[in-house]
Design a protein around this ligand. Structure first.
Ligand code: ATP
Ligand code: MG
Length: 564
């Protein structure tokens, strides 16, 4: 086991390297055979392996087997934990763990309370340990497949992973006895997978990579120039992704069920909900291939079996909000890169949700004819979006595995450059009369640096001292459940009759600011009645921050520097 901070390294001639994507929802393993990348199936025959661990009588299950336990062993089943690595408990979004083991606060970091041994009570297992156990299983599957011990891997990470998250991921892998050759950004892995095809013509181009996963959608605009990749802009969304499409189908089928079984809502019972969710995800995947999907669950709720079907058009109608959100996300990031859709040569659709034909069709509509849309339904030679990142990681691993660890850093650094940008928003917190803190952004997240912005804040009416707290902030999603409504009598069963209902019954989701680390606190003294305070934030190219606060029209003020 590697001690904290120490990196596990393996001599180049001792290495057996793979590419690994470890997502919140699914993971994949790839290796290269004769210079081409191949995604490996685990012992269950799965190439998309659910990132889940479950414990039953001290026995550890992973992947599809663990996922099945969400129905009857949810409390000892850990899901959606990748993003928790290296994060403080107070800054995580536990939404997706709702129907599984709940994240807990273990002295500020994240842990799960699970009964992972046959004897005794539940144990507190840190997220790092959970990740280690899960990665160990992935490595075991890869070793079994290859017939030799896998020692090393290139892993993919989202573009907004912090240094702490990267470090925690490396530690978790090292503790699973896996050397991390390199972490590469997910969209870059996607581009590598495409550019490595023998038929690929690697030319200067602007690429949009839409990585649409289970719990998050990440979009990047990448400039490819002379074989070097520059990330121009990125966007991250946690509101429009695969689970939200599942949710739409869960609501649809729950309503269908309730038409036949009044007063029995399968969403109100944990087991029924888990069954509904699993079958909705399966129906969703079926709708990517066929134009119809069946939905069938034995004993969905109160012992009642349920069967139904849905066609693709209906699905696309009930899912229109989520699909629309993905469109806006893609359009928005093109804009924030300072480009127009006309500037984009290629759109790479990556991640499981990218199998959805409507999403590819929407991209076809958003971008001009000249833009290549790389998705299974728009281009028969597109690479399976679920396999892209693992393939890219495997290709990178095969390129660098012969280098010594120090040379890996050197040899690959120039391949990807990133326009420096701030990850979090920078803003001020003001305290209202009721004591509630509100965050007002000054610099938006993902703003390219150098950047300088100024805002004015009202001082208290009576004047005096004003305390300014400049902090980092980011948005998160607040979900408000609608008020439960009684079913209207005499409602027709026709398809279009519940069209408007859905609109009303949808959860209210809003982005709210969440305060992060405090960068500076300053007191501006003796402000005149009715005056204002001007706060200027300046972020230099090296991400060093200078903050000045002064009374508008006043002399002096407070100034502070924070190194990058
Ligand atoms: P995240 O980290 O965002 O949670 P991930 O990167 O671990 O996700 P991916 O494998 O990229 O996961 O995407 C998983 C999502 O893709 C799931 O919601 C899954 O239901 C969905 N998905 C997988 N295959 C298909 C398909 N054929 N059609 C539609 N959706 C699919
Ligand atoms: Mg992903």
């Amino acid at each position: 086991m590697a001690a904290n901070g120490e990196r596990k390294t393996v001599a180049p001639d001792q290495r057996c390297a793979i590419g690994l994507t470890f997502g919140n929802s699914y993971s994949s393993i790839a290796c290269t055979i004769d210079d081409s990348a191949v995604v490996i199936a685990n012992e269950d025959g799965d190439r998309q392996i659910p990132s889940i661990l479950s414990y039953v009588d001290g026995e550890e299950y992973t992947g599809v087997q663990a996922k099945a336990f969400l129905v009857r062993n949810a409390e000892n089943t850990v899901v959606s934990f990748r993003d928790f690595l290296g994060q403080d408990f107070k800054s995580i979004d536990p939404t997706h763990c709702h129907a599984a083991a709940h994240p807990q606060d273990a002295s500020g970091s994240v842990a799960f309370s699970i009964k992972d041994k046959a004897e005794g009570d539940a144990n507190t297992v840190s997220v790092s340990e959970v990740a280690t156990r899960y990665i160990r299983r992935l490595v075991q599957s890869a070793s079994d497949y290859l017939g030799k011990k896998v020692t090393s891997a290139v892993l993919t990470i989202p573009t907004n992973f912090t240094d702490k998250q990267c470090e925690a991921l490396i530690q978790a892998a090292n503790n699973a006895d896996l050397e991390v050759l390199q972490l590469i950004k997910e969209p870059v892995a996607d581009v590598l997978a495409y550019d490595a095809r023998p038929e690929a013509i690697v030319e200067d181009k602007n690429i949009v990579v839409a990585d649409l996963g289970g719990s998050r959608s990440d979009v990047a605009v990448i400039a490819s120039r002379g074989g070097m990749y520059t990330i121009l802009a990125t966007a991250h969304d946690y509101e429009f992704a695969g689970v939200h499409l599942d949710k739409v189908l869960m609501d649809h089928f729950a309503k269908e069920f309730m038409k036949k079984n009044k007063d029995v809502d399968p969403r109100e019972n944990a087991r029924s909900l888990a069954k509904l969710k699993a079958e909705s995800e399966a129906a969703k995947k079926a709708l990517s291939i066929g134009t119809n999907a069946s939905f069938s669950v034995e004993s969905l709720a109160e012992g009642i079996d349920f069967q139904s079907t849905i066609n693709r058009l209906r699905y696309e109608t009930v899912a229109r909000n989520v699909l629309g959100g993905i469109n806006r996300l893609v359009e928005g990031v093109v804009k924030s890169a300072g480009l127009d859709v006309l500037d984009i040569d290629e759109v790479i659709l990556s991640g499981g949700t990218s199998h959805t034909p409507k999403i590819a069709a929407n991209m076809r509509n958003i971008f001009p004819e000249s833009t290549q849309i790389q998705a299974p339904s728009t281009n028969p030679s597109a690479i399976n979006p679920s396999e892209l990142q693992a393939r890219g990681a495997a290709l990178q691993a095969s390129l660098i595995q012969e280098y010594d660890t120090e040379d890996v850093e050197q040899s690959t650094h120039p391949a990807v450059t990133t326009v420096a940008h701030v990850t979090n928003a920078i803003g001020v917190v003001s305290v209202g009369h009721d004591g509630a803190e509100t965050f007002s952004p000054i610099i938006a997240p993902e703003t390219a640096v150098p950047a300088r912005r100024t805002i004015h804040i009202n001082a208290p009416k009576e004047g005096g001292d004003v305390l300014i707290k400049v902090i980092e902030g980011n948005t998160h999603i607040k979900v408000t459940k609608p008020e439960p409504k009684a079913e209207k009598k005499g409602e027709k069963d026709e398809d279009d009759s519940d069209f408007s209902d859905e609109e009303e019954e949808e959860d209210k989701r809003e982005k709210v600011w969440k305060s992060g680390e405090t960068l500076a606190e300053a007191a501006v003294r003796d402000i005149k009645k009715g005056s204002k305070v001007e706060v200027t934030v300046n972020v230099a190219a090296d991400l060093g921050v200078t903050i000045t606060a002064r009374e508008v029209g006043g002399k002096g003020g407070v100034r502070g520097n924070i190194a990058a």
